[in-house]
Design a protein around this ligand. Structure first.
Ligand SMILES: NC(=O)c1ccc[n+]([C@@H]2O[C@H](COP(=O)([O-])OP(=O)(O)OC[C@H]3O[C@@H](n4cnc5c(N)ncnc54)[C@H](OP(=O)(O)O)[C@@H]3O)[C@@H](O)[C@H]2O)c1
Length: 357
């Protein structure tokens, strides 16, 4: 297997940028991109991302759009092409039939149905294969990789805090937009029942044009149980809701709301078991919007892969504390997450802390 060139990495960067704006639209399938490039002229022949809902895969769409022009080209894909019959035929076979001569893969797929056999299938047909171990592709597919290797979703937690470490409502423009963008890129949003009761809002994406990307909203019920008096459960919004509840607690919800029963203790579902149940339902990217206690519980259980901390400029003095167990920045550090990104807009900052690879 050969190495990726600087030119290869630039095409993969372009593929990742293209796919990123479709995150959250591909259901239980990874949001991947495929570019077909003419090797001599370095011109783009065709491009595609995973279709809405997850199928067809981008390789199949790009090959169909290129037709005979695919022969002799290089295919750049952010994720290794599938090699198994699922609801669509194997992409590796379609690539071989198309006459593509070289495939540059951003990140290998740990799915055992695809893993080594997919590369072997391509190489045995004379197609050159490069696995670039491209960090932006791995970041794009963090949800799929976490799902396949740990049987749980990739968990991003997001919290808006004041400089004095109090939870504040993201009413202003930028904090609201940052949160909404993350919501729109997730397969589901999870909120604790206590926070859902305090806010009693729709937990929807409000960004103009992206409202339809509001994902599944999940209420994590505690010992008190939950009922349809909560807007998220009984109100009509046009968006789906599910409830995770420990087996013994009472839940009163319309039939349109899915109730996921999970083992736990003292009426609270076990958090790891809750994530495993969501993975079984195909959820790869989960956004948690925790309150005081859920922040501490998720971080202390080692279940947060990425923490997005939005800091506002004004002290809040009377708001709830960001965490029930010390300062939130210290909890994040103790959980082994390190700062990887910082954006600021006026007085507001968004810092992402991630688990090192
Ligand atoms: N401004 C915002 O955007 C925002 C966002 C989130 C929260 N908040 C604020 O945060 C405050 C709520 O914080 P909170 O600490 O009461 O609620 P929380 O952190 O959101 O979550 C705790 C809730 O989850 C339940 N739960 C179920 N299983 C659990 C488990 N394994 N571990 C921990 N909790 C579990 C708890 O049940 P039990 O009751 O049985 O413990 C409780 O209802 C409110 O003031 C809210 O407005 C604000």
């Amino acid at each position: 297997m050969t190495q990726a060139s600087a030119q290869d990495l630039r095409w993969l960067d372009a593929a990742v940028r293209y796919a990123t704006s479709f995150l959250g639209t591909t259901g239980d399938n990874p949001c991947a991109a495929a570019l077909l490039v003419a090797p001599h002229s370095q011109s783009l022949i065709a491009r595609a991302v995973t279709a809405r809902g997850g199928r067809p895969h981008p390789e199949a769409l790009a090959l169909a759009s290129a037709g005979f022009d695919a022969a002799g080209s290089t295919l750049y894909v952010t994720l290794q092409p599938c090699h198994h019959w699922g609801r669509t035929p194997p992409c590796a076979d379609a690539i071989v039939r198309s006459g593509v001569m070289r495939v540059v893969i951003g990140v290998a797929d740990p799915d055992p149905r695809t893993a080594a056999a997919g590369v072997a299938r391509l190489e045995s047909a004379g197609v050159e294969v490069v696995i670039a171990e491209h960090a932006p592709s791995a970041a794009l597919h963090a949800g799929h990789l976490r799902h396949r290797t740990n049987a749980r979703p990739y968990v991003t937690a997001m919290l808006v805090v004041s400089p004095d470490d109090k939870i504040v409502s993201p009413t202003s423009g930028m904090a609201r937009d940052w949160l909404d963008l993350q919501r729109s890129r997730s397969n589901a949003i999870l909120i604790g029942a206590a926070a859902a009761r305090c806010q009693n809002g729709p937990l929807a994406v409000a960004l103009p044009g992206l409202q339809a990307r509001t994902p599944l909203r999940i209420v994590l019920a505690g010992a008190e149980g939950v009922d349809r008096s909560l807007n998220l459960i009984g109100g009509f919004s046009g968006y789906r809701t599910a409830i995770i509840a420990e087996s013994s607690v009472s839940v009163d919800a319309p039939v349109s709301v899915e109730v996921i029963r999970v083992k736990g203790a003292l009426g609270r579902p076990n958090l790891a078991a809750s994530l495993a149940a969501l993975a079984e339902k195909g959820i790869q990217n989960l956004l948690v919007e925790p309150g005081t206690r859920l922040t501490a519980a998720m971080l202390q259980a080692g279940l947060v892969d990425c923490f997005g901390l939005i800091t506002t400029s004004q002290a809040a003095t009377d708001g709830p504390p960001a965490s029930s167990s010390g300062k939130v920045a210290e909890l994040i550090a103790t959980a082994g997450l390190v700062q990887t990104e910082r954006q600021s807009h006026g007085a507001e900052t968004l810092s992402f802390f991630r688990r090192p690879a």
